[in-house]
Write a protein that binds this ligand. Structure first.
Ligand SMILES: [Zn+2]
Ligand SMILES: [Zn+2]
Length: 142
């Protein structure tokens, strides 16, 4: 369980290490589509992320509650973080050295997904409203 995964942006100006992710989620919301060019597939973490090189790391406040980290040198989309809940990070799965056997746990904002792609697999699919309802549940449980 002590597996350390290494991640980096395209050019290497941002490098990081993570534990094994608990979940891999795909977000189809229009903001993620715009941010990445298609879809954001994130490995979710509550702790354990170490940024080992932040030379290119830049943050964009994409909403009142979230910020997105990217590399200012090469443009890689890297991190989605909740500002009021700094222990939640979604790290771009494609930037991590995860094995190709890694599977997807959930798709969110399925109602904003365009028809030109579909992700295979038998996993949970939530609309934006359904997903946001689970977030407020989490908040109530804090
Ligand atoms: Zn870079
Ligand atoms: Zn999204």
């Amino acid at each position: 369980m002590n597996t350390i995964h290494k991640g980096q942006c395209l050019c290497g100006d941002v490098e990081f290490e993570t534990p094994a992710p608990s979940h891999i989620d795909a977000c189809h919301c229009k903001m993620c589509q715009t941010w990445t060019g298609s879809i954001f597939i994130g490995a979710d973490f509550r702790e354990g992320i170490t940024i080992t090189n932040d030379k290119g790391l830049t943050w964009y406040e994409s909403s009142e509650w979230a910020k997105r980290g990217f590399c200012q040198t090469c443009g890689s989309s890297l991190f989605y973080c909740l500002k009021d809940n700094n222990n939640f990070w979604a790290v771009a799965a494609g930037c991590l050295d995860l094995p190709t056997s890694t599977t997807l746990n959930k798709e969110i904002f399925i109602d904003e997904k365009p028809n030109y792609y579909t992700l295979a697999g038998d996993h949970s699919r939530q609309t934006g409203a359904e997903f946001l309802a689970t977030l407020s549940l989490d908040t109530n449980n804090d």
